[in-house]
Design a binder for this molecule. Structure first.
Ligand code: PGA
Length: 255
């Protein structure tokens, strides 16, 4: 397993937080703290913050992402945003299939797949989220479910497009709860995701793909999690709203 061959990606997921002015201020605060990062630094922000965030991040190593994207190019889809609208706004990354969208907004494995394809076809880099509940873990379905979700999300994605995919393993019980997976649980879950990629695309693709862990990663536990061979980065919620904490995580991924 050649972890050093993979680029670590630390991505913040701001969720439904920050006005445009607050977004710009937080990015200004983060810029000097993450400027020497030896990893990809991404901030996924609410749609209305994108313009301010792109402007604030200009000339820095911070890339701006969105938190969702619709799968149609245009049309009568009130309230939705297309992949082309995102690229035209300076967005480089998009999160697809976050568990909050699966739980609260009816996202399914099929719509996650459609959104992934639309985003990749528009030239975006996609952070695809997979995960399972505590109940599913206790029933022993972790490997089966993670492999299924991963393969479903990637259906129709070409080997070439896979280079623009990051997968985030996020145990649902660890998201926003302060209850983090152990380093070994994160490594195991990420390993199942990587094994699914190997089954679908071969060993070389599986070795090359960045697999993040997400769920209560913070300044204190990041180093242990990121030290695991299958953990190539993090998708960070709460701790990405604090410049100092986020920069410590970026620092841990840069070692
Ligand atoms: P959290 O969120 O870091 O606040 O647990 C992670 C996520 O939802 O991506």
């Amino acid at each position: 397993m050649k972890k050093e061959a993979r680029k670590a990606v630390i991505a913040g997921n701001w969720k439904m937080n920050k006005t445009p002015a607050e977004a710009a201020a937080l990015i200004e605060e983060m810029k000097p703290l993450v400027k020497d990062a030896d990893c990809e630094v991404v901030l996924c922000v609410p749609y209305v913050d994108i313009a301010a965030a792109v402007e604030a991040a200009k000339g820095s190593n911070i890339k701006i992402g969105a938190e969702n994207v619709h799968f149609k190019a245009s049309g009568a889809y009130t309230g939705e945003i297309s992949a082309e609208m995102l690229t035209a706004s300076g967005v480089e990354y998009v999160i697809v299939g976050h568990s909050e969208r699966r739980t609260y907004f009816g996202e399914t494995d099929q719509t996650v797949n459609l959104r992934t394809l639309a985003a990749l076809n528009a030239g975006l880099k996609v952070i695809v989220c997979v995960g399972k509940t505590l109940e599913q873990r206790e029933l022993g379905y972790t490997e089966t479910l993670l492999k299924y979700q991963t393969k479903m999300a990637l259906t129709g994605v070409t080997a070439e497009q896979l280079k623009n995919v990051v997968i985030a393993y996020e145990p649902v019980w660890a998201i926003g709860t302060g209850v983090v997976a152990t380093d070994d649980q994160a490594d195991e879950g990420n390993g199942f995701v990587r094994a699914a990629v190997a089954e679908a695309y071969g060993e070389a693709a599986a070795e090359a793909i960045t697999v993040q862990y997400g769920g209560s990663m913070n300044a204190k536990n990041a180093e242990g999690l990121l030290g695991k061979v299958n953990v190539d980065g993090g998708l960070i919620g709460g701790a990405s709203l604090k410049a100092a904490d986020f920069s410590v995580i970026v620092g841990a991924a840069s070692k």
